[in-house]
Design a protein around this ligand. Structure first.
Ligand code: ADP
Ligand code: MG
Length: 231
């Protein structure tokens, strides 16, 4: 199969990779949340991604992109409390809805996915860019794709870098939403934990895709490895 996108099996491996990165970063995410919240963000993210991992392990081999995202989102939401449980769970399920009928995630689908996630997040959380939330990373990732990011590997990598930069800029913001909004200027100098989490997830996706491409020869059609269903 010649393809330029992420097929459902590759998506599952990327979500697995994200779970591994989130579990490894639990202490860091807790520490970030201790500085401006209640210190549980790493625990919540780890719990959510462990549930995602378990759900993916039980999914039928032929589950499509929409099903993978929706099941992941529902598993995340069902396993976690806190603001991020509903918000990130909702983003994942909204991503699934946006990809209904698509068989792979190329650059266009990736844009669609990020847009759907951002819309869901804003609808649920009512935050705006600049409010020092996860939205600042999601929005930066989407904006970075407005030009022509090349192939899907470059697009995901560009989005991941933009999300990391977006998360970093939250250090200089006052917080308008969530627990940290009660702390006024005490939040200055600390990045938003949710924004950091989102950038870690995209970074894990980017690294997973790079690995997939290079393990399949890294040819000019290297991206074909992504959609080739190779294991
Ligand atoms: P809680 O604040 O309930 O303890 P977490 O610590 O798991 O939940 O998650 C906190 C993160 O949730 C924040 O860093 C921020 O990114 C995100 N968040 C909280 N409220 C909102 C909101 N209204 N809109 C967008 N993101 C939000
Ligand atoms: Mg918290």
């Amino acid at each position: 199969m010649n393809s330029n996108g992420i097929d459902p099996r590759t998506l599952r491996r990327c979500l697995e990779a994200a779970a591994t990165v989130i579990v490894a970063n639990e202490p860091r995410l807790n520490a970030l949340d201790s500085a401006i919240g209640d210190g549980d963000h790493g625990i919540t993210m780890r719990t959510g991604f462990e549930a995602v991992r378990e759900k993916l392990a039980g999914l039928a081999d032929d589950a499509g992109l929409d099903k993978v995202f929706k099941e992941a989102g529902m598993a995340f939401m069902g396993a976690t409390g806190g603001a991020i449980g509903a918000l990130l769970g909702g983003m994942l399920t909204a991503g699934g809805t946006a990809l209904l009928g698509r068989t792979e995630i190329g650059v266009d689908e990736f844009r669609l996915l990020l847009r759907a996630m951002e819309t869901s997040l804003i609808r649920m959380g009512k935050a705006k860019p600049g409010d020092k939330t996860i939205l600042d990373a999601v929005h930066a990732a989407g904006e970075a794709l407005e030009g022509s990011p090349g192939d899907i590997l470059e697009a995901v990598s560009t989005a991941a870098q933009a999300a990391a930069a977006g998360a970093q800029t939250t250090s200089n913001m006052l917080c308008a939403k969530g627990r940290a909004s009660r702390l006024g200027e005490r939040v200055l100098g600390h990045p938003d934990p949710g924004a950091v989490s989102f950038s870690l997830i995209l970074q894990a996706f980017a690294e997973c895709l790079q690995k997939e491409a290079s393990s399949c020869g890294g040819s000019k059609e290297g991206t074909s490895a992504l959609g080739g269903g190779s294991i």
